[in-house]
Design a protein around this ligand. Structure first.
Ligand SMILES: *Cc1c(COP(=O)(O)O)cnc(C)c1O
Length: 682
């Protein structure tokens, strides 16, 4: 098992009981990415790419690299069958499905469900647990209809159910979940209408469980059930004192937004008893947060919850279900550590711990073992989709060997040149400070009019040349002084990508979540450039400049230089480059619905791919938003907009400011655009 070599004191217990993953800020990069600069292209292998992008760490068993240097997808995991992602994208482009493109692999979803159920089945057998596992999928993780339909279908053999956290999600779950014996867990804030609907749905033969999340809901449930004359199945959500950690740790603890404290649970028990409804109380639920990176935190929570569970049984409630919520993590950086982007346990460890802890608590107090429920969303939905997007161009720092200076040149230029000449393994740190100081001086000299624009340009180029030379040396060193950390960033290229971070990877922007990102082809070629990604939005936050790394977080990603396109060397044609495709992986949970319309970039095209014995088939195509659609969200009517352009053209024609031909072309373009994709098309 791989372990992050030095970044955690993973054996140090926090006073609160949980281990705390350090934030990236605490763990700044102390080693720059290892040098590949010296390698020749022919020496680069796909194994080098595997290691560099850590695809085995986060992608196994679904993603790997083939001999052609393309990413391949094995949607059925270990059960064989795979397809070439790059070829798939090319085939989809030929069918007019432009990038950015979200590709969903239904088989992966099925495999995840099977894995989770197999893990619990194995744990139940191993511990001879006297109960079953009935998982539910939290709809909030990904509400797209095709995905929920697949989920219900694939979950049938396991009586997999759904969890709703709001009224609209309840509408989805009630209509789509038709698996006999599966559970429908009702969480979230509830009003009278929500509760009434949930209780009535019991009459359809569904196992609907109303989880009390707020004290007020107890009276509402009692009143509604009296009114309808139906005895519901009721659960309580406990606020555990065991705390989650990491990004989503705030979901637990006494001050958490949801759940009942222990005194409130006791109050609810008494109210239900007084209403003669204590037998309705059958479930205990908790949720300590998503993406729990450390197994001991999970254990602490399950231990505390098991105790509450057996106590409730002894108070006379008819306890039959224990719902451990979400939190089952995804290893985004593939490091298998308790870093926030990783997890130091696997699905099987998780199932073992849940089963073992509940069994022990029940046996000790002679309470029947409950049906176990987990609300694992991220662990089920993350892997099934890949976002593929193209690079539009790059902005590179020019770092070529500088022209020697002469005595006629300005002193500051001569100083910079001398600095460049002097750089060696012994002096590189000092040289970096000198170069930076001279460059700053050059800029202020320019500000006072002592340096011409051409001279300033030379000064900046000399500075970049110094940085490039220093960086080359720094990359050879095991440890680089802190003050050189920014060097990689200064010298990084900017890759302009055809996507909106706000729409397609909102958590990367909002909470610095890391997703594995890598080229999906050219992986037999050394990626000699280092870059950050800049998206299409006119927002400086619309970028990705944190990438997964074994040791820590990288500020630049290794990428390939763009290759000039063929046959475009006529002078009038803009220079084209060959397509360069990147993939963002493990983004199947939460990103789609949280994505927003910043700058009016809409939903991307989505396709559902299923493996067949002969290859694959496209199950569904969900076209991305058109401009008319996104404009509609902000209350613009396309017809009105066209009408306005028509009127303005007419006026311009009258005043002979535009020709008839120009006016027609403009109107044509305008109308056509409205029915088009909001992203750049190539
Ligand atoms: C969000 C949420 C989940 C899903 O958590 P994951 O970590 O994605 O598995 C489960 N239960 C509740 C109550 C939630 O709010």
């Amino acid at each position: 098992m791989e372990v992050k070599p030095k970044l955690f004191a993973s054996d140090v217990e926090e006073p609160g009981g949980g281990k705390l993953a350090e934030t990236p800020r605490d763990r700044r990069i102390t080693k720059l990415p290892t040098p590949e600069t010296g390698r020749v292209k022919s020496g680069w292998t796909i194994e080098d790419s595997e290691e560099l992008y850590r695809i085995k760490g986060w992608g196994d068993p679904y993603f790997s690299i083939n001999a052609a240097g393309h990413v391949t997808v094995s949607p059925q995991g270990d059960r064989g069958g795979s397809l070439d992602l790059y070829e798939l994208v090319r085939a989809l482009k030929q069918r007019n499905l432009g990038l950015p493109l979200l590709i969903r692999f239904s088989d992966i979803l099925e495999d995840r469900i099977q894995r989770l159920n197999a893990a619990f089945a194995k744990a139940i057998a191993r511990y001879n647990y006297q109960g079953v596992y009935r998982g539910v999928f939290p709809v909030k993780c990904n509400q797209q209809r095709h995905l929920i339909e697949d989920l219900v279908r694939f979950g049938k053999p396991y009586q997999f159910g759904l969890e709703a956290g709001s009224k609209p999600e309840l509408m989805i779950a009630l209509a789509l979940l038709d698996t006999p014996g599966s559970l429908l867990i009702c969480n979230g804030y509830k009003d009278q209408e929500y509760i009434e609907t949930a209780i009535l749905a019991k009459q359809l033969g569904k196992t609907v469980i109303v989880v009390l999340e707020q004290v007020e809901e107890v009276d509402l449930v009692i009143a509604e059930s009296r009114k309808l004359g139906i005895m519901p199945i009721v659960g309580v959500r406990a606020k555990l004192s065991a705390k989650g950690i990491g990004r989503w740790g705030g979901s637990a603890g006494d001050r958490a937004k949801f759940g009942l404290t222990v005194p409130e649970i006791i109050q609810a028990v008494e109210k239900l008893r007084a209403a003669d409804m204590l037998s309705c109380l059958q479930l205990l639920h908790y949720h300590i947060g998503s993406q729990i990176p450390a197994i001991n935190v999970i254990k602490d929570a399950i231990r505390e919850a098991s105790q509450i569970f057996v106590e409730l049984a002894q108070l006379g409630a008819n306890m039959r279900y224990l719902d451990v919520g979400g939190g089952l993590g995804v290893d985004y950086d593939g490091s298998k550590t308790n870093f926030y982007a990783s997890k130091n346990y696997n699905m099987q460890n998780y199932a073992y711990d849940v089963v073992a802890e509940v069994k022990e608590a029940c046996e000790e107090r002679d309470v029947p073992m409950p049906t176990l429920i987990s609300e694992s969303g991220r662990a089920i939905a993350s892997h099934q989709s890949v976002l593929v997007f193209d690079v539009l161009g790059t902005s590179d720092v020019i770092a070529e060997e500088p022209e020697p200076t002469t005595d006629d040149d300005h002193l500051i230029l001569r100083n910079l040149y001398e600095t460049w000449q002097s750089i060696s393994a012994d002096t590189y740190q000092e040289a970096y400070h000198d170069a930076t100081q001279f460059k700053d001086e050059a800029i202020s000299l320019f500000g006072f009019g002592y340096l011409s624009l051409v001279e300033r340009s030379r000064a900046e180029r000399l500075y970049w040349a110094c940085c490039a030379k220093i960086l080359e040396i720094a990359r050879q060193q095991d440890y680089v002084p802190d003050d050189l950390e920014d060097l990689e960033k200064i010298m990084a290229s900017i890759y302009y990508v055809n996507l909106s971070v706000f729409q397609s990877a909102p958590d990367s922007w909002a909470i610095d979540q890391l997703f594995p990102i890598m080229p999906i082809h050219r992986l037999d070629e050394e990626p000699t450039c280092r870059g950050t990604l800049a998206d299409l939005t006119c927002d400086s936050d619309g970028k990705i400049d944190q990438f997964i790394d074994l040791r820590d977080v990288k500020s630049v990603l290794e990428l390939h230089p763009l290759v000039r396109g063929q046959g475009s060397d006529t002078n009038s044609e803009p220079q084209t480059t060959e397509p360069y495709y990147l993939g963002l992986f493990l983004g199947g949970a939460y990103q789609e619905i949280m994505g927003n319309l910043h700058n009016l970039f809409g939903d991307t095209n989505t396709v559902h791919i299923q493996l067949t014995p002969k290859g694959y088939q496209i199950e569904h195509v969900v076209k991305g938003d058109t401009m008319t659609e996104v404009l509609g969200y902000v209350q613009y009517d396309s017809e009105d907009l066209i009408e306005s352009i028509r009127r303005q053209s007419e006026a311009a024609l009258q005043e002979r400011r535009i020709t008839l031909q120009e006016a027609q072309l403009l109107l044509q373009n305008y109308e056509r655009s409205l029915s088009r994709y909001t992203y750049l098309t190539s």
